[in-house]
Design a protein around this ligand. Sequence first.
Ligand code: ARG
Length: 279
Amino acid sequence: MCPPWHFEVTYRINPWMDPGQRTVDRDRAKAQWTQLRAILAQSSEIVEIDPLPGLPDMVFTANAGLVLGGQVVLSRFRHVERRGEEAPFRAFFRSRGATIEALPDEMFFEGAGDALFDRRLPILWAGSGLRSLLQGHEWLSLKLGCAVVSLELVDPRFYHLDTCFCPLADGSLLYYPAAFSPASQEAIETHVLPRERIAVTLEDALQFACNAVNQGTRITLHALSSPLRKALESRGFEVVETPLDEFLKAGGSAKCLTLRLDEALAPGSPGDRTGSRST
Ligand code: ARG
């Protein structure tokens, strides 16, 4: 995680951001972040990266890169406003001794914001269309040695995969279907059984209910409706709501504020890891 000491909204690279109108209350943001950190620290060790002035979105560490075991694919941001984050994130991973995979030239990839490992199947779900480029998915599959399922994002409000899609520990999937192209909705339906699909309403999607941090049986998020809470609780999850509205002003919430450093592929037969791809 990255403390929000320099967090603010000074530019607009997604529809949530409105520098003139949606001014961040920095003290409130700090309190919200600190509370999120405390909740997550109950079940995980938290590692922090130092925030830097002039990089207000650095708090969204999900976009630093994609970790798998000791490997990390560093992000290359689509928008110039965030490119200054690439060097400090690189230095962070280097200091941890990670094997750094450099992206091919001309490739945009925004890390774990756009690439989420399934928790039951040995696959990587990868988003494209708004930030990361589809062309990078095959490369990811080869580099990481896992199958990648490409998903096309079509609603600018849900510009990163993790804003509308969250694979859960029991193999189920929390997601907002209309954020995806019809072909990608089909791809999801091909891989995930109906009883494992938890489709959320637009109202829940707009409160970033899918941008959830799942640690074992606990799910931490900004807010959700009571039907969605019941659906998750009936699957055995404990749901913790913690206000993060200051970060919604930048288009981010709980999951975006974290990057899991101990990411591993779900166990599967080696045949599942050959890098097949579908859209
Ligand atoms: N303002 C940031 C951006 O638009 C928010 C990033 C949120 N991160 C995420 N993983 N969804 O890039």
